[in-house]
Design a protein around this ligand. Structure first.
Ligand SMILES: Cc1cc2nc3c(=O)[nH]c(=O)nc-3n(C[C@H](O)[C@H](O)[C@H](O)COP(=O)(O)OP(=O)(O)OC[C@H]3O[C@@H](n4cnc5c(N)ncnc54)[C@H](O)[C@@H]3O)c2cc1C
Length: 466
């Protein structure tokens, strides 16, 4: 123990950021993440100021045989960003964003949120695909794939990566891109944080000015009409149109269904594109209007605050989406246990450009799924956990006949079993294991949706297999 204490003292001397021990100022704030249901106490937190700190922290963890967790934006619902008793490598102070408008490339450090990066790129009238809540981390979202309003037009966040810099399990700094470590580059685009700690992301950017976006809100009694129209329009929509169907409780306590709309094409065609929705008659609320991408990116922030959260998720099976029974079952599970605007069912509209990327081009493979479903229990008090979790599980189980069996890795909850994790990586699994064997054979990076290397005995829970 004295050895560890003097080693920490020596690390402090060469560490540009801050090292936090239990009880020190800032320790509790830093270990607190978006999902407040997670309450873990690392033995040490390394708040990294740059790549050299990441290398030093990782080498320290390895020398002292400490479990490692990596925090980008701290949004992952599993809480994998924080560990009990190990070393939490906190990247959130690393917030550099360098935009090169001439080359249309942005270099992003791993502590940026989407708000940080969107603000930097939009200052030049440029964007890349990013998540729909502005406080979500760029890092974790991109490494798992990266859904967002622009995925149908420009591909996933990971499809827009030009290269990354990363710190490997051995503490080496490498680059991965089409010409350098291309197999590693394949793996980080969908394989999550399994292969190393990414310290810089180079994103390709695209011009984007005014868009048309917002919500059309109807009473839930119109649920069937709205869902029928959604499933009619979404599959053949132009790439510039991304929709979403949201069933929730509105702020006034009313059960509602909303169509979320984002049109990122030419504004002269905007009204024509949304005209079919007017067939539904007057909504109770219509916020669809010309706006900026940066503003759209904060539209759902208010309904995603830090709190207690639980997710279930999966892709809908393409051949089943036109079955009326799917709508029946979905609407039968709108009895949210927390009557707050935070619990919801959300059907995401996929396809378009993200669907045309060959499935073996990146480790993100589920390119053909037309929709995915996220069952979200949120904002509940700790004593309400059981009934909220039960509702989400029952809803998810009832929807199983309409699901493909695979899921988007970034939406998986902490209770996703090995089979579901494996299904999330799908046909990329064997190739990912080979890559893990090459770059992290001892499973140093295991607090994630884990790809266990062939010979490692350490499981995702940090425990050693018997
Ligand atoms: C409110 C909310 C909204 C969301 N919206 C979207 C959305 O619109 N689109 C979408 O695709 N997903 C969305 N997600 C899911 C999101 O993609 C994941 O939760 C993602 O993991 C968040 O990344 P983070 O950096 O914030 O999380 P963290 O919890 O910090 O990181 C998650 C994991 O990623 C790995 N990791 C993080 N940083 C690095 C790094 N630099 N190098 C290596 N590994 C790293 C670690 O394994 C870590 O445990 C949303 C989640 C929430 C909670």
């Amino acid at each position: 123990m004295r050895d560890r204490a003097s080693a920490i003292q020596s690390l402090r001397g060469r560490f540009a950021g801050r090292l936090l021990l239990p009880g020190e100022a800032g320790y509790d704030e830093t270990r607190t993440i978006w999902n407040r249901a997670i309450d873990r106490r690392p033995a040490l937190i390394a708040r990294c100021a740059g790549t050299a700190d990441v290398v030093a922290a990782l080498r320290f963890a390895r020398e002292h045989d400490l479990l490692v967790s990596v925090k980008g934006g701290g949004h992952n619902v599993t809480g994998n960003a924080v560990c009990d008793g190990g070393l939490m490598i906190d990247l959130s102070p690393m917030k550099g964003a360098r935009v090169d408008p001439g080359r249309a490339v942005a270099t992003a450090e791993p502590g940026l949120t989407w708000k940080d990066l969107d603000t930097a790129t939009q200052a030049h009238g440029l964007v890349t695909t990013g998540g729909i809540i502005s406080s979500t981390g760029v890092a974790g979202l991109t490494l798992g794939g990266g859904h967002g309003w622009l995925m149908r037009k420009h591909g996933l966040a990971c499809d827009n990566l030009a290269a990354v810099e990363m710190v490997t399990a051995d503490g080496e700094v490498v680059r991965a891109g089409p010409d350098e470590n291309p197999e590693l580059f394949w793996g980080v685009r969908g394989g999550g944080g399994n292969f190393g700690i990414v310290t810089a992301f180079d994103f390709r950017l695209h011009p984007l000015g005014t868009i048309l976006a917002g919500l059309l809100l109807y009473p839930l009694s119109r649920g069937r009409d709205v869902l029928e129209l959604f499933r009619e329009i979404a599959p053949t929509a132009p790439d510039e149109l991304t929709l979403g169907a949201l069933i929730t409780t509105w702020f006034d306590g009313q059960a509602v269904i909303a169509l979320a709309v984002c049109w990122s094409g030419a504004m002269e065609h905007a009204e024509r594109v949304v005209a079919p929705f007017r067939r539904l008659g007057a909504p109770i609320l219509d916020t669809v209007r010309p706006t900026t991408y940066a503003e759209l990116q904060t539209m759902f922030d208010a309904t995603n605050p830090p709190g207690n959260w639980y997710y279930k998720t999966g892709y809908l099976e393409g051949a089943k989406v036109q079955e009326d029974a799917l709508i029946d079952v979905l609407l039968a599970h709108t009895d949210f246990p927390s009557p707050s605007p935070l619990s919801r069912l959300y059907v995401e509209h996929l396809g378009g450009a993200m669907g045309r990327v060959p499935p073996d081009a990146t480790a993100f493979v589920h390119r053909q799924a037309p929709f995915d479903l996220i069952v979200i229990a949120g904002g509940f008090r700790p004593e309400e956990t059981e009934k909220n979790v039960r509702w989400a599980r029952e809803t998810s189980a009832a929807m199983r006949p309409f699901m493909s069996g695979a899921a988007y890795v970034n939406y998986l909850g902490a209770d996703a079993g090995l089979d579901l994790v494996r299904a999330a990586y799908g046909p990329a699994w064997e190739r990912l294991v080979a890559l893990k064997d090459r770059w992290d054979p001892e499973n140093v990076f295991r607090l994630n949706q884990n790809i266990r290397p062939s010979r490692s005995r350490s499981g995702p829970d940090g425990k050693t297999a018997s």
